[in-house]
Design a protein around this ligand. Structure first.
Ligand SMILES: O=C(O)C(=O)Cc1ccccc1
Length: 290
């Protein structure tokens, strides 16, 4: 049986991976921080790590991209999309207004994962401008802290699952600033993912351009363009070695063994670029997993 390292029970990641492996017997290993999730797979304690990598509202989760790129060498084996529905969770008894609704002014502090906070900024600004905001390792950790601190006037942003796991109330439901809030997750580890098949395959690569080569990025893009290879993402991130030095993270809508892709990568290497392959893997929409 495979072991999967993931953020704590009731986190968005935990809900999301249970959807990917629905119907399968798996061993779950929960960790407080994404760093511990990754290290468990690096140390072969688990077979796969679950990594929330990009969100409709927040864009790339840079901390997680950086772990994937700089700290570990774990190939991507699958990606899938899962909705992040966030809720304000606490105790109704602590935040009740005289009319029986919620008196948000009674909530002194709100805790959550930084990505969840970023997804709900307008809600926080309009309803809870007075509240202290505290970031924690996951949405479910915030909910657990609220549970462990009755009468503190604290609330957390998290999933309905975390609210019911901890016997807390949903004070406000669906509080993200935009609807259609989805998160893209990666499954990383050394073994291929074989549980489901998808007709959509992707390949993720990192490209570092040679220095002092004007137009190098244009040449890289041309190598894909004339072969009609579709890219679904290109993002620059600092190499962390020198200010102003970047690598490009590129998602390609094609499996690595598709005829045209190896020759495009050879052409790019011939330009003097460094190419690192992060993985070639099946991609699942949310609808495919229902
Ligand atoms: O903290 C969680 O629940 C996570 O799984 C990380 C996260 C937070 C917000 C949106 C998607 C994933």
């Amino acid at each position: 049986m495979k072991t999967i390292a993931v953020l704590p029970a009731g986190s968005v990641s935990d809900e999301a991976v249970k959807r990917l492996f629905a119907g399968e017997e798996m061993k779950w290993e929960h960790h407080r921080l994404i760093a511990d999730v990754f290290m468990s797979t690096v140390n072969s304690v688990s077979d796969y790590s679950v990594v929330p990598i990009e969100n409709t509202i927040e864009g790339s989760v840079n901390l997680h991209v950086d772990w994937l790129v700089h700290e570990v060498d774990l190939p991507i084996q699958a990606e899938w999309v899962y909705p992040s529905i966030q809720n304000l969770i606490g105790r109704r008894s602590e935040a009740a207004s005289e009319e029986g609704g919620i008196d948000f002014s009674k909530i002194k502090k709100v805790m959550s994962h930084p990505v969840a906070i970023a997804q709900c900024l307008q809600f926080l600004r309009s309803r809870l401008p007075h509240a202290e905001i505290e970031t924690v390792g996951s949405t479910s950790e915030g909910v657990k802290i609220v549970k462990d601190n009755p009468d503190a006037g604290w609330a957390a942003i998290g999933t309905m699952t975390a609210a019911s796991n901890n016997g807390l109330d949903v004070l406000s439901q669906g509080i993200t600033d935009h609807d259609n809030n989805y998160t893209r997750f990666l499954l990383v580890g050394s073994e291929p993912f074989t549980v489901r098949k998808s007709d959509k395959q992707k390949t993720s690569i990192l490209i570092t351009l040679p220095e002092d080569y004007p137009g190098a990025l244009h040449q890289v893009l041309a190598a894909f363009a004339w072969r009609k290879i579709n890219l679904s993402k290109i993002e620059s991130r600092p190499t962390k070695k020198k200010l102003g030095n970047y690598y490009f993270y590129i998602d390609i809508e094609m499996a690595l063994d598709t005829v045209l892709l190896p020759s495009a990568l050879e052409e790019i290497e011939a330009l003097g670029c460094q190419v690192r392959i992060l993985g070639s893997y099946p991609s699942f929409t949310y609808e495919q997993l229902l």
